[in-house]
Design a protein around this ligand. Structure first.
Ligand code: ADE
Ligand code: ZN
Length: 334
């Protein structure tokens, strides 16, 4: 099963590039930029990862980002993720990035997007890994800041496939950002939003995503299962969900295997993703293997989540067909 999953051609639709900052790269960038860290060894860094919920994770995540300063830093960050993903046979991905977490520290938007975008080009050319970028807004920042950053990003819209919403969900509902999301849709961008697991007012947030924002996808969305009306709506709209088992295990102490299986049984397009793999200590393969080994997922179920990811992705139709053919060929060969 392990080698079947390792070789399987995969897509990843929920990974924060800043969440792929491995301790080794953290040290390298700190040294390059003359930044003093409160840690001395990789073990020290890993020992500091004692988060148990979303806010405690986010505090550590934002602190580490301070080492990202130059275009080369963002290039290195993205390139390292693409290398790892390609090694795990990810053939297509849609990574997130958080521009406000950088502009607030005085790093220019162009520095961030140009570094990432060059790494995407190189990954396409040299690793055979295609990607489309999603720009996320921080929901615990103001609506004005989101609007301002959409404007700053405008000259780079050709480098983006969509926009998302992440960070601390408590008291930061989707409708706080309606105007920015409508403007992005009018500009031809796809829309997704985090509906993190077990957050305050989560069912209301999912409802707003569906009825007000009219998202094209939902990130996480586990709590849909607790409301019949949400299940029916998600099914009727054929909306995909990007679920992150190892992340959920950190944040809500549950791999959510039963929930993923329930979505599959309902015919809802659930997918498996890594979220912040440097922090939750697992990339795509480790997430799939965790479901196989600890939630008794069958080969068919794991192929189904993989197929779902290609199907709900925002790749162009021609590329999608090509990826799905690769998946079908791989499964047929066995
Ligand atoms: N930013 C990075 N990872 C996140 C997550 N799991 N939820 C919300 N915001 C995030
Ligand atoms: Zn996330």
């Amino acid at each position: 099963m392990r080698s079947f999953l390792e070789q399987l051609p995969k897509a990843e639709l929920h990974v924060h590039l800043e969440g792929t900052l491995e301790p080794e790269l953290l040290f390298e960038l700190a040294q390059r930029n003359n930044i003093e860290l409160p840690y001395h060894t990789v073990e020290d860094v890993l020992a500091a990862y004692d988060f148990h919920d979303l806010p405690s994770f986010l505090a550590i995540y934002y602190r580490a980002m301070d080492v990202l300063r130059t275009e080369a830093d963002f290039y290195n960050l993205a390139h390292q993720y693409f290398e790892r993903a390609a090694k795990q046979n990810v053939i297509y991905c849609e990574p997130f990035f958080d521009p406000q977490a950088h502009t607030i520290r005085g790093v220019e938007f162009d520095t961030v997007i140009n570094g990432i975008s060059k790494a995407q080009e190189d990954a396409r050319k040299h690793l055979g890994l295609d990607s489309n970028l999603i720009m996320c807004f921080l929901r615990d920042h103001s609506a004005e800041s989101a609007a301002k950053h959409l404007k700053i990003a405008q000259p780079h819209f050709d480098k983006l496939i969509g926009i998302g919403l992440d960070s601390d969900e408590k008291d930061n509902p989707p409708t706080k950002f309606s105007d920015t999301f409508y403007a992005a849709r009018d500009a031809g961008l796809k829309l997704t939003m985090h509906c993190d697991v077990n957050q305050k007012d989560i069912h209301g947030h999912i409802r707003e995503c569906l009825d007000v924002i009219q998202v094209d996808r939902i990130d996480h969305g586990i709590n849909i299962l607790e409301r019949e009306d949400l299940i029916e709506d998600i099914k009727a709209r054929n909306l995909g969900l990007t679920i992150c088992p190892l992340s959920n295990e950190f944040v809500v102490q549950n791999l959510t295997g039963d929930e993923i299986r329930r979505f599959l049984d309902l015919g809802i397009k659930a997918t498996v993703n890594s979220d912040d793999p440097a922090y939750f200590r697992g990339y795509m393969n480790e997430n799939l293997i965790a479901l196989a080994e600890r939630a008794a997922f069958s080969r068919e179920e794991l192929v189904q989540v993989t197929r779902n990811a290609f199907e709900i992705s925002w790749a162009d139709e021609q590329s999608k067909t090509r990826y799905l053919n690769r998946l079908d060929d791989y499964v047929a060969e066995l």
